[in-house]
Design a protein around this ligand. Structure first.
Ligand SMILES: [Zn+2]
Ligand SMILES: [Zn+2]
Length: 267
């Protein structure tokens, strides 16, 4: 006769996670205690951006991009990224984004948390007043792409980040049109096609008012520090277009934004 204990342990075995398998390399073994789902070997191969050479875009190497005239007046304060977009990171992102391995979201989002804390340290002038953003938002994907992939990779990352750093995540932006893949276009074409493709959801007003109500009332009381999340920073044109839409929308309502873009990788 099958004992109750046996049934219990059998059921428990079914419910337990299927061993300790690294989400990135698929090897079985003990996983890291700091980054979810990753084996120590994969942890050690992450190309973290530890020292920043370009303070605008957060690149670890010298950056002619940010010196271009059209990039001097950016709508976001700065970009910070967790890692360099090397071949391994490219592979990880492809697995997450194109092969739909959503199990990687907690890992990539936690890595974004590391970048947020580095930004906090950078922005904090006095140990008595730790710099803090008020909310997190993300770059939206078009409906077509959402259906194609089944999820918005930036939204998932923003959700994990918001949980990590205890900030509300607010879906502020929508795409007003579907754009073709940007990779085939020249820089000028990209900038042109990005104009006016993002708009702010009307109900964002409600959330922004709530945030403002909870801020200490001083001369800056209409200013919101906002984190804008995306997976990769390439030219910054998507993030610029999103930031422009948010700032324009805010100015019309007497709300001023300082936008910090936080991206998982910097190419
Ligand atoms: Zn691994
Ligand atoms: Zn730069």
């Amino acid at each position: 006769m099958i004992s109750f204990e046996w049934v219990r342990s059998f059921l428990h075995g079914l419910a337990a996670p299927p061993g300790q398998i690294c989400v990135a390399c698929g090897n079985r073994g003990a996983l890291s205690t700091t980054l979810p789902g990753l084996c120590p070997r994969c942890v050690s191969s992450i190309p973290w951006i530890r020292s920043i050479r370009c303070h605008r875009c957060g690149r670890a190497i010298g950056c002619p991009d940010c010196a271009r005239a059209e990039n001097l007046r950016r709508s976001f304060e700065m970009n910070r990224s967790a890692v360099r977009y090397d071949p391994l990171m490219r592979e990880w992102l492809a697995v997450y984004k194109y092969r739909g391995k959503e199990r990687m979201a907690p890992l990539l989002g936690t890595m974004l948390g590391t970048a947020y804390r580095a930004l906090q340290r950078e922005m904090t002038l006095s140990p008595h007043m730790i710099w803090q953003a008020q909310a997190v938002t993300f770059v939206p994907v078009s409906r077509e792409r959402h259906i194609e992939r089944g999820f918005n990779q930036a939204e998932r990352l923003a959700e994990v980040l918001s949980h990590e750093v205890r900030l509300p995540v607010i879906p502020m932006l929508m795409r007003t049109q579907h754009t073709e893949k940007q990779s085939y276009k020249s820089r000028k074409e990209r900038v042109e096609s990005m104009r006016n493709i993002f708009a702010v959801h009307e109900d964002a007003s409600f959330y922004m008012k709530k945030i403002l109500m909870n801020l200490p009332q001083n001369e800056n009381h209409q200013l919101i520090h906002l984190i804008l999340v995306d997976d990769v920073y390439t030219t910054g044109s998507t993030l610029e277009a999103c930031s422009q839409a948010i700032k324009r929308w805010g100015e019309e309502r007497g709300i001023y934004f300082k936008i910090y873009t936080l991206t998982w990788a910097r190419s």
